[in-house]
Design a protein around this ligand. Structure first.
Ligand code: ADP
Ligand code: F6P
Length: 350
């Protein structure tokens, strides 16, 4: 293969299940199209000369990628890159890519990574974005690589937590990831029959209302309800409640802000029930991809290579009504998140 049609791929931002599968598919479709592939390591850091060449990029052979496809994590490593917000580093990245004869770049990451790709496109380097984030906070696409896996991890964990809650007749608070997006929490609550859902999209929610709801459920015979809280929701809680109810607990947990542990303690204090807490954490990111995420990786890899092969850049790939599509990065980034309030209300209504 000549280096004429060479392209590159990188993973950036938080890792997400399916990133390796997407890299493998980019490699397989690139090989089929006769386009050599370079893997850029550690996100945008690999483009700006921050590390040694062997820590910054590598030729991707089919042999390598076949071994990594269904591994969790990202073989290329991922990272945030502070320097990349500055134009001089973006220009340096384009110069570097040109110096190694790269004519197009596939960026697998979230909205931050897409903004980096947008800058590279403006500087004349065609980029294609594949949505890689468990948070599902890219509104233009119905799903992103890793979201389905994260939800399945949460669902399995919550089912197990509900089993022990049931055995002991006691409620549980379960914190899931998602940054400022409540999608993982919402999907987890629906798929487990959880009774209480708290998401960052709802501003000024009150602990008082959550405790009333738990007490009401208890009165109706539900002694083992599950409260699913998205990690970003602590920031949107009504502060008055925090100060009012936490003052007794600051001595017990000094220096700790509101957290799943504190929420559970406040609820225990207010309802008189033995509320326990759980934080699901990084298993949501470090799991093997589900079939849905791996299949999305397959289609995304195929489309990314096809677009670059046709000289098209400045586009991102997404999924809508089960169909893969692409659209301009700028347009995709302008679509504001829409909160599925009806689902939130339904979960909290039963
Ligand atoms: P994600 O891609 O998951 O949203 P981040 O928001 O942390 O993750 O972004 C990943 C990286 O993308 C950042 O560390 C930075 O290198 C790059 N990036 C983010 N925003 C911009 C921006 N506005 N301009 C240039 N690069 C950006
Ligand atoms: O964006 C993915 C995500 O896992 C979020 O859900 C979470 O808030 C964040 O990354 C944590 O990032 P890190 O572990 O890299 O600090």
């Amino acid at each position: 293969m000549s280096s004429k049609n060479r392209i590159a791929v990188l993973t950036s931002g938080g890792d997400s299940p399916g990133m390796n599968a997407a890299v493998m598919e980019v490699a397989r479709f690139a090989a089929k199209a006769g386009m050599p592939l370079i893997g850029i390591k550690r996100g945008y850091n690999g483009l700006i000369g921050k590390y040694s060449p062997q820590d910054s990029y590598t030729e991707m052979s089919i042999d390598t990628v076949l071994d990594i496809a269904d591994l969790p994590g990202t073989y290329l490593r991922t990272a945030r890159c502070e320097e990349f917000y500055q134009p001089e580093y973006q220009e340096k990245a384009v110069r570097f890519l040109r110096s190694i004869n790269v004519a197009g770049l596939v960026v697998i990451g979230g909205d931050g990574s897409y903004k980096g790709a947008q800058r590279l496109c403006e500087l004349g380097m065609p980029c294609i974005g594949i949505p890689g984030t468990i948070d599902n906070d890219l509104e233009y696409s119905e799903t992103s690589l890793g979201f389905d896996t994260a939800v399945n991890v949460c669902m399995d964990a919550v089912r197990a937590i509900r089993a022990t809650s049931r055995s002991h007749d006691r409620p549980a608070v379960v914190e899931v990831m998602g940054r400022n997006c409540g999608d993982i929490a919402m999907q987890t609550a629906m798929s487990t029959g959880s009774e209480v859902l708290i998401v960052p999209e709802v501003k000024n929610w009150k602990i008082e209302d959550v405790s009333k709801r738990l007490s009401e459920l208890h009165r109706r015979g539900n002694t083992r309800a599950t409260v699913i809280i998205a990690e970003g929701a602590y920031q949107t809680m009504k502060p008055f409640d925090v100060y009012d109810y936490l003052k007794d607990f600051t001595q017990v947990f000094p220096g700790e802000g509101i957290s799943a542990r504190r929420l559970a303690h406040v609820l225990k204090y207010k309802t008189g029930m033995e509320v326990r807490y759980n934080i699901i954490g990084y298993v949501q990111r470090g799991h093997e991809p589900t079939a849905q995420d791996a299949a999305f990786a397959f289609e995304s890899g195929s489309m990314a290579v096809e677009l670059l092969r046709n000289g098209i850049g400045n586009e991102v790939i997404g999924m809508r009504r089960g169909r893969i599509f692409h659209m301009p990065i700028d347009k995709a980034l302008k679509i504001r998140p829409r909160f599925k309030r009806h689902i939130y209300q339904l979960v909290n209504s039963l």
